[in-house]
Each structure stands twice: as C-alpha cells, then as structure tokens.
Design a protein around this ligand. Sequence first.
Ligand SMILES: Nc1nc2c(c(=O)[nH]1)N[C@H]1C(S)=C(S)[C@@H](COP(=O)(O)O)O[C@H]1N2
Ligand SMILES: [Mo]
Length: 311
Amino acid sequence: MKTKKILSSEITPEHIYNDRRKFIKSLGVGISAATFSSLAFGKISSLSNVVTDQSSSSLKKTSYKDITTYNNYYEFGTKKSDPSEYAHKLKTDPWSITIEGNVGQKKVFSIDEILKLTPLEERIYRLRCVEGWSMVIPWVGIPLRSLLKKVAPTNNAKYVKFTSLLRPKEMIGQKYKILDWPYIEGLRMDEAMHPLTLLAVGLYGKILPNQNGAPIRLVVPWKYGFKSTKAITKISLVEKMPMTSWMKAGPSEYGFYANVNPKVDHPRWTQSSERVIGEGLFAPRVKTKMFNGYANDVAHMYKNMDLRKYF
Ligand SMILES: Nc1nc2c(c(=O)[nH]1)N[C@H]1C(S)=C(S)[C@@H](COP(=O)(O)O)O[C@H]1N2
Ligand SMILES: [Mo]
C-alpha cells in the first residue's frame, strides 16, 4: 500500500473545507495550528498530517450527504433516516475504550491517547451492507493493530470482541429489544491485526458524525457492514469466538465471518450484485466483488476454509 502525505484541503470537498474554516476562525485558531488531536476532541478541527491510501483513490466517493443521512444504527431506530435524526443526542465527550482480556496489561485509553499513537490516515473504502447496497467512504482513522500492539496480546488472544455503548437514555432505540444490547461484534485475531482494519474517527476530513459511529468505530472493508461496530467502548481479547448481536438475532442469516461473497447469498438478499447509493433507484446494480474487492489483500486468511459453511 503506497502512502503519501497530503494536505487536508486536498481530501476535503470545498464546501466542507470552507465550513470548517469558518468554524475554526470562530474558535479563534488558525488552520495550521488546528490538528485533530490538539483541539479538544468533539469539536470540529482540520486534519493535518493525514496519510492517504493511493491504491483506493480510483473509487468514486459517495456524497457526504448520503453517507451521513442513509445509515444503519439500530441504537437510534431501524429507519435509514433515524440515526441522522436522533444520534445528536448522544454525548461522545468524555469517552474512553477499555482494552482487557488476554493482554499483558489491561488499559483504558482516552480518545486523545488513541489519536496520538500513530499518524491519522485517510482510507477510501467501499462499505457493502448485507442488505445489498454499497457506498464509498473516505474514512480517517488509525489501523486497529496500532492500538492492539500497545497492550501486548498474549498467545491466548485468539479473537477480538467489540462492545458498543449501552446508554438507553441517549440511544432511544435501546428502549426496544431490536437487538440484544449492547451491540457486540468480533473478529479473529489475524483479521483484527490486518493492516486494512481501521478504527475510524473521521470521514471526509471531518470528525465522525454521531450517526456514523462517533467518536470511534471499526471499519473492516472486506466484510459486510454489520461487522463495523460503532461507538466502541470496550475491546476484549478472548480465547473463544465471541457471540455477536446479529448471530444471536438470526443465526441462519448472520455468520461470524461475514466476508463479502457474491457466491453465497443471504436468505433474504442476493449478494451477487449491489445498488450503489447516490446513483439513483433506477441505476443498474453493479456486480459485487469477492471480499468486496479486497481479495488480493485478504484471501490468504481463508485459504483452507469452506466459505459456505463459515459465512
Ligand atoms: N453499534 C452499532 N454499530 C453498527 C450498526 C448498529 O446498528 N449499531 N449497524 C451496522 C451496519 S448493519 C452497517 S451497514 C454499518 C453502517 O455504517 P454507516 O452508517 O456509517 O454507513 O454500521 C454497522 N455498525
Ligand atoms: Mo449493514
């Protein structure tokens, strides 16, 4: 993966960049002085020293508006418009992530500590939802492995379990038993340590909007979107494959691996093609690619596995 340093003005659409300039001006700080980590997190800030992934720059990005108004986030309701309508009620500052389990030392990280671990990177990834639609999102974040390495995983750390926030007062969907709250997801250790696996804190050069999983969410580009846990509060390194919220809700529909696979259909949705959000309802569906187009990077991890059985 080739990377190059870029300016925030190069990765950010003009209107967002200008909005941010106005905002930063009103805070009384100059553009050059404002970095993601030096300003209080939760307030908007520019992204300097963002490293971008050149290999994905050919993908056509979905608009900021579509990315932030067409969401799945059942803690705020099941309609695509619910998260953008209700997620602003969530307080994301202060926030920390506890890392526990089979680690040399259990540790609680604040968001600021996480942001200082390694330079932020822009990664333009396709997000493929199991419901049969996709988007291309310019995430900003750090590889999950940069964080996991800090806690020295032991040999018994075979899987990683992600736990989202449980706060029904602010997450109105949690008043209903849509899923078994809090939202739980998991990865195998090698998947979690894969360089493509990202902890995202921003998109389109801006702080992550609440509806997209602020202040920090997982992104695993070769898997269906439901693996990408939003609003993470705990990461547990465990010995056994964790039970996830979706596996509990529908074990015949949602597997642990959830690798994007055009040859293995979901009982209710075909996986061989997808609708590209933003192209309109009548635009032709496009063919879904094995591992969502990331096969060259990830196929080796599943070489001897029956992907029909381990769906
Ligand atoms: N905590 C939590 N994380 C979640 C979900 C959710 O309901 N709750 N939905 C998942 C699903 S099904 C998808 S497709 C993606 C959507 O991410 P986006 O809204 O940022 O595009 O988030 C995933 N992460
Ligand atoms: Mo999804």
